[in-house]
Design a protein around this ligand. Structure first.
Ligand SMILES: [Zn+2]
Length: 274
């Protein structure tokens, strides 16, 4: 993509009526559970998660699903909304995430792996095994107001995949999750944050309204939304710094040194997981 096209994509995400947040602010979580080892840095303890949600609340921010956030963004009413996303669909969502969201009046999006329901994170070679939501739990979460998105069929890196594989991962997974959840599955989340132009085009052509990536890239836009990693080390102070970093990145793009330094520090481990 050329620089001009990339700028146009970014401009398309920009709210024209005010100078505040031009790119939706989206937090990326995976698992919320008590833990002893967490080599991929995907787990936040329930106490830390509650503290983070309380901090958002205290700042006048409200956690929202991607569909709510993007709908609000479209009509200029996204102020104060923060996207909450949970990748992989860990079963601990039921016990440790949903009650906290309810307490604060928040909603969220969970990106589920359609072909691994009731299974575990077998793709993480070294990690402790974590159970994934069952189909029944996905249905219940959807009924409770959680947005269900697709994280593919098996949790594989998509760039370079064959045509039939892309059809399974992107299109078939959507159908499966629509049947289970009863929702129009609007969002796709790229496993490991890996995407390229053909993969993005396929996601768009499959009817997804948006796509969640991890990092900023020349493909950044509605179908490759960058997100802010939140981990166990993120105290309210650090969360505040990440909020400011998002604003600096998108409202004041020249303040890039701070942004790049922070992104590198956070993302080094997620290359292995996502
Ligand atoms: Zn993942």
């Amino acid at each position: 993509m050329t620089a001009a096209k990339s700028a146009a994509v970014t401009a398309a995400m920009t709210k024209t009526t005010a100078s505040r947040a031009t790119m939706p602010f989206v937090l990326m979580y995976h698992s919320v559970a008590p833990y002893e080892e967490d080599p991929y840095l995907v787990t936040v303890s329930p106490a830390r998660f509650e503290q983070q949600m309380r901090w958002l609340h205290s700042r006048g921010l409200r956690g929202a699903s991607m569909r709510e956030l993007l709908d609000a963004h479209r009509n200029g009413s996204a102020r104060g909304l923060v996207g909450l996303t949970f990748d992989d669909g860990y079963a601990d969502l039921v016990e440790h995430v949903l009650p906290a969201l309810r307490r604060h009046g928040f909603t969220a999006t969970v990106f589920v792996i359609a072909g691994r329901l009731g299974g575990d994170n077998a793709w993480d070679a070294a990690g402790p095994r974590k159970p994934l939501l069952t189909a029944r739990q996905v249905r219940d979460a959807a009924a409770a107001g959680v947005e269900i998105g697709s994280h593919g069929l098996r949790h594989v890196s998509l760039p370079g995949s064959s045509d039939p594989a892309l059809a399974e991962e992107i299109e078939h997974s959507r159908g499966v999750l629509q049947d289970i959840s009863g929702q129009d599955v609007r969002g796709f989340c790229y496993p490991y944050g890996h995407l390229d132009e053909p993969v993005l085009a396929r996601v768009r052509a499959a009817g997804y309204d948006y796509g969640c990536a991890i990092w900023r890239s020349e493909l950044t836009g509605r179908h490759a939304l960058p997100r802010t990693y939140v981990g166990a080390a993120d105290s309210p102070l650090r969360l505040r710094a990440k909020t400011l970093r998002h604003r600096l990145t998108w409202d004041y793009p020249r303040a890039s040194a701070l942004r790049r330094r922070g992104e590198r520090a956070d993302m080094v481990n997620l290359h292995h997981s996502g």
